[in-house]
Design a protein around this ligand. Structure first.
Ligand SMILES: Cc1cc2nc3c(=O)[nH]c(=O)nc-3n(C[C@H](O)[C@H](O)[C@H](O)COP(=O)(O)OP(=O)(O)OC[C@H]3O[C@@H](n4cnc5c(N)ncnc54)[C@H](O)[C@@H]3O)c2cc1C
Length: 415
């Protein structure tokens, strides 16, 4: 039994993009929210730094955009790739019908700190760091709260609704016994940073060559690099000389020749085990899962953060009133899944097609690479580049903060 019990309307497990955005939106509308985050801060391993045009649009709707863009960031207007010898732009964000025709690259902790700071202005918001949820509290088939470990001992939180926004290894979905469908992936990704010099190229680039894929994201004074490998290959690679790995990178990105030695060994390289899955049902009585906890996305297109934020906006639009009235029904929860399942399904289907038809082929290719038909079409007709830009930048069925939810954000809730 816990030594402290908290009572709130909504308890959100996980302070990632989904949890913090939902926490902010609900607190702004006057709903008492507690976000539990297991880490002591938002500073942690790289897990995507992309703030998409659709998220920037949501920030605009909330009146936060100008202040948000004062934080250090890089604006990326297009994504480029090189297939064998062919260079091309695969997505051009300038044509999107949004205020910001670019992806803002910003460390995820800056984004989360910004949301936390804004949310803390509301009396109805509470964020507890170093609170790791270890179990759910259930009564007559309904989830009525969570148990969490904190440095001061175990606590209990009782809530009208528990939201699992605890990412792809979600304890909430496991404890709630929600079933996930796994779709598999032919690859894993190795992530690392390398210093960027003034002589290096400026563009954010994906390089595809027989047997290898390398991504370099321009982050100002460093490159955030991703090296795609066949699934499960990492253990074998680790047994090889690290110089072999360095040489493979320089072959794809010769401009890294001088700085590659700053990568000292395998400890500087982080493995992302790619998983793609989706819950059959995202909810139970008293509980909802959103973001990666409901659907782990493939890194193809870098859209996981976008979907997590969009889920949060859709959930807040539906839930703020029932939460204020203390009457969240299964139908409310069903409506959220119905709204967000289609965009998730379509995006995952596209990701799986790219994984199977392009990535798996490139990784097993030994002959000089011939760009696939889809890539040749993108290179030839600029109009086609608007399609990936839309899918990556906006997503399918972009969400907007509803007028009612906006109106509910009255100053009365401010501290
Ligand atoms: C290496 C890497 C690179 C990526 N690159 C990109 C990219 O470029 N663009 C992109 O859009 N997406 C990218 N992604 C995916 C993206 O990070 C996720 O899709 C997105 O963060 C999902 O947001 P979320 O809020 O659902 O979950 P998460 O961001 O995973 O947040 C979950 C939060 O819950 C907390 N938590 C977990 N368990 C508990 C618990 N028991 N109790 C309390 N708190 C808990 C975690 O500490 C975390 O803060 C990348 C992921 C990785 C790993």
């Amino acid at each position: 039994m816990g030594n402290e019990t908290n009572l709130v309307r909504c308890c959100i497990v996980g302070g990632g993009p989904a949890g913090m955005m939902l926490g902010y939106l609900l607190a702004r509308a006057g709903v008492e929210v507690l976000v539990l985050e297991k880490h002591s801060d938002f500073l942690r391993d790289f897990r995507g730094d992309t703030i998409h045009p659709s998220t920037l649009e949501v920030m605009h709707e909330l009146g936060l955009l100008d202040e948000f863009l004062e934080l250090p960031h890089q604006k990326v207007y297009e994504l480029n790739a090189q297939f064998g010898e062919m260079r091309l732009t695969i997505a051009d964000f300038r044509h999107l019908p949004t205020r910001c025709g670019f992806v803002a690259f910003m460390p995820q902790w800056d984004f989360l700190n910004f949301l936390a700071k804004k949310a803390t202005r509301y009396q109805t918001f509470d964020l507890k760091m170093e609170a790791e949820v270890v179990g759910l509290i259930e009564q007559s088939g309904r989830i009525i709260g969570v148990r969490a470990k904190t440095p001061d001992g175990e606590i209990q939180v009782r809530a009208d609704l528990v939201v699992g926004a605890d990412g792809r290894t979600s304890i909430v979905r496991e404890k709630a016994r929600l079933q996930a469908r796994e779709f598999g992936a032919p690859m894993d990704v190795l992530w690392f940073r390398i210093r960027r010099t003034a002589e290096d190229p400026a563009v954010t680039m994906g390089r595809f060559d027989a047997g290898r894929i390398f991504i370099a994201l321009n982050r100002g004074d460093y490159w955030q690099c991703g090296y795609v490998i066949a699934k499960g290959q990492f253990e074998e690679m680790r047994r090889q000389n690290f110089d072999t790995f360095r040489a493979a990178i320089v072959k794809l990105a010769p401009y890294l020749q001088d700085s590659i030695h700053e990568l000292r060994g395998w400890d500087d390289v982080k493995l992302l085990t790619v998983r793609v899955n989706r819950l059959d049902e995202w909810f139970r009585l008293g509980l909802l899962c959103i973001g990666d906890a409901a659907h782990a996305m493939s890194p193809v297109g870098g859209v996981g953060i976008n979907l997590a934020i969009q889920d949060a906006v859709a959930a807040a639009n539906v839930l703020f009133k029932p939460l204020l009235e203390r009457h969240v029904t299964m139908d409310d929860l069903r409506r959220i899944q119905a709204r967000r399942e289609l965009p998730t399904r379509v995006t995952q289907r596209l990701q799986l097609a790219v994984q199977d038809r392009i990535i798996a082929r490139v990784l097993t290719d030994t002959q000089p690479l011939k760009p696939p038909l889809a890539v040749r079409l993108l290179a030839r007709y600029s109009f086609f580049r608007r399609i990936p830009a839309r899918i990556i930048g906006l997503g399918i069925r972009p969400e907007h903060v509803s007028a009612e939810l906006l109106r509910a954000g009255v100053a009365a809730h401010r501290r």
